[in-house]
Design a protein around this ligand. Structure first.
Ligand code: FAD
Length: 497
């Protein structure tokens, strides 16, 4: 639909209502509230999601409360970086992001700051993941600079370096919306629709099929839909290790004095603390390789359990060599799994929290789950290009779609954010008509080679200077490790030239 120009003047009542909606938006905690309040606020202001320069300055001019000013200061500082060219680096580029997980949203924010039109699709209508992510120092700096504390006062207070996936999504969704990103909930991406020569460019088939977003034409597609990744054409490589069964469990944090005293465990690996695991086994029959405990909105535990102890304790009913059969729901006692997780949690917090009560998950059930990490997947390449009837499409994978993380080491979100910035950088290169397609792809693949070797220690030290430019994050960067000739197969064109 035609966009109405933003309102020049607001009545006093409208200005008050918009400010009130803004304040409610900042403290909203559900996806429905966040998106609804944002829509209502935009309606009053006569604004619609749009590239940054057509949205954010108008919003900033109209919402002038003290809280808003503090946030605009953060956004202005970020947007002023020269890498964004004042929000014009991706002028005219249209981006579609599949998935409003942390990495989809983080990519959307960077593409928006670069000046692209950005639309995000999310198949869910609720944000519910209690599990807690470990944050590398650069992620903490990054989120602080995006104003995380304005939305979540407790963000990384003191020495805390973790956050629930839910809270992270909430913060990023708010930042994205305030910069002008368009987000549609309850819409699933199904597949890309190729241009057929009738004038339309690249579009997406979605569910529900008649959703307005199915008319959106884009030239950059970001696959951020998690490890199940729906984008076709990307080959994956498998890393098979020894059997690794991870259990996650969340308990309600009632914030009692006893709970406050329980100490976090930021990663007790067996080799470093054999006596702890030996005692745990002797006392409870629970045999673990490691355990992590974070005190966050919930008490969150992630542990890697040995198969024999799961069988001995009746969690796994029958032994199978195939991990999928072993952990199939029919072969797992849900009740015994709860007992196992609770016992491990109680022991490792020295029985200081005697009345642990499970938090509930997306389905309203106790939030305990068991996952197999025996084989992990990574995409062989991080991007692909398709050309049909003169329409170009750059497809990039980010986050878990690109590189599946092993949760107990907590590297997922940090490497995911790096991949988001790398994809945004590729989008910037793509938007510059002077860059060759093969050059853009070769550079993206050169940078992808670094990702799975990254640690907090081997990245650039000055985390405050990180931008989409890979040189700001990776030391000793070689942008030409992969040559344009090597990426020929990543370009699928109907043009023989
Ligand atoms: P995700 O966070 O998986 O987000 C993908 C998003 O895409 C989701 O919101 C999903 O609903 C949406 N989506 C999927 N398909 C479609 C589609 N077709 N159309 C539109 N939207 C779609 N990491 C840890 O370190 N510790 C943990 O304990 C932990 N627990 C996890 C529990 C679960 C259930 C999941 C799924 C992941 C967990 N992770 C954990 C991984 C961690 O969440 C990710 O590393 C991190 O969130 C970055 O992921 P992402 O944004 O790439 O993908």
């Amino acid at each position: 639909p035609q966009q109405k120009p933003p309102k020049q003047y607001l009545t006093e009542q409208e200005a008050i209502a918009a400010s009130e909606l803004f304040d409610l938006f900042c403290v909203a905690t559900t996806m429905r509230q966040i998106l609804g309040l944002h829509r209502d606020m935009c309606d009053i202001l006569g604004l619609r999601p749009a590239p940054i320069n057509e949205f954010y300055p108008m919003l900033k001019a109209k919402i002038r409360s003290w809280k808003a000013q503090a946030l605009w200061k953060k956004f202005d500082a970020r947007a002023a970086h020269r890498v964004y060219a004042k929000g014009t680096a991706c002028n005219g580029t249209h981006v579609l992001v599949i998935g409003a997980g942390p990495c989809g949203l983080r990519t959307a924010i960077e593409a928006q700051l670069l000046g692209a039109k950005v639309v995000v699709l999310e198949k869910r209508d609720r944000i519910t993941r209690n599990n807690v992510l470990h944050l590398w120092p650069f992620v903490i700096t990054d989120l602080r600079n995006l104003g995380a504390k304005k939305f979540y006062g407790k963000f990384c207070a003191g020495s805390i370096d973790h956050i629930s996936i839910r809270q992270l999504q909430i913060i990023l969704m708010k930042v994205a919306l305030l910069l002008g990103v368009e987000i549609h909930e309850n819409v699933s991406f199904e597949r890309t629709i190729e241009p057929s020569g009738d004038g339309f460019g690249w579009r997406a088939a979605v569910t529900p099929a008649d959703h307005v977003v199915s008319y959106y034409e884009f030239d950059v597609l970001i696959g951020a839909d998690g490890k199940r990744n729906t984008l076709e054409g990307f080959k994956r490589k498998e890393f098979r290790g020894k059997l690794a069964i991870a259990i996650t469990a969340n308990f309600i944090n009632k914030k009692t004095e006893a709970e406050a005293k329980a100490e976090e465990i930021s990663g007790v690996a067996f080799i470093f603390n054999q006596s702890f695991f030996k005692e745990l086994y002797e006392k409870t029959g629970i045999d673990l390789e490691n355990i992590v405990y974070y005190k966050d909105e919930t008490h969150y535990f992630v542990m890697t359990a040995k198969k024999h102890s799961l069988i001995d304790k009746g969690v796994i009913l029958q032994d199978f060599s195939d991990p999928a059969e072993l952990l199939a729901s029919a072969n797992v006692s849900a009740e015994k799994l709860l007992d196992y997780a609770r016992e491990a949690a109680e022991f490792s917090t020295k029985y200081q929290m005697p009345n642990l009560e499970f938090a509930v998950n997306h389905y309203g059930k106790p939030d305990v789950a068991m996952f197999d990490f025996t084989s992990m997947f990574a995409a062989e390449t991080s991007c692909r290009v398709m050309l049909r009837h003169g329409h170009r499409l750059l497809q990039c994978l980010v986050g878990d779609s690109l590189l599946e993380p092993f949760w107990p080491t907590g590297s997922g979100c940090a490497r995911g954010f790096l991949s988001s910035m790398d994809a945004a950088y590729a989008t910037k290169l793509w938007s510059n008509p002077r860059n060759s397609i093969m050059g853009v792809v070769a550079q993206r693949e050169s940078i992808y080679r670094l990702l799975n070797q990254t640690t907090p220690e081997n990245l650039q030290r000055d985390t405050g200077s990180y931008t989409v430019d890979p040189a700001s994050r990776y030391p000793n960067l070689n942008r030409t490790a992969v040559s344009p000739y090597q990426v020929k197969t990543l370009i699928d064109s109907d043009d023989p030239k």
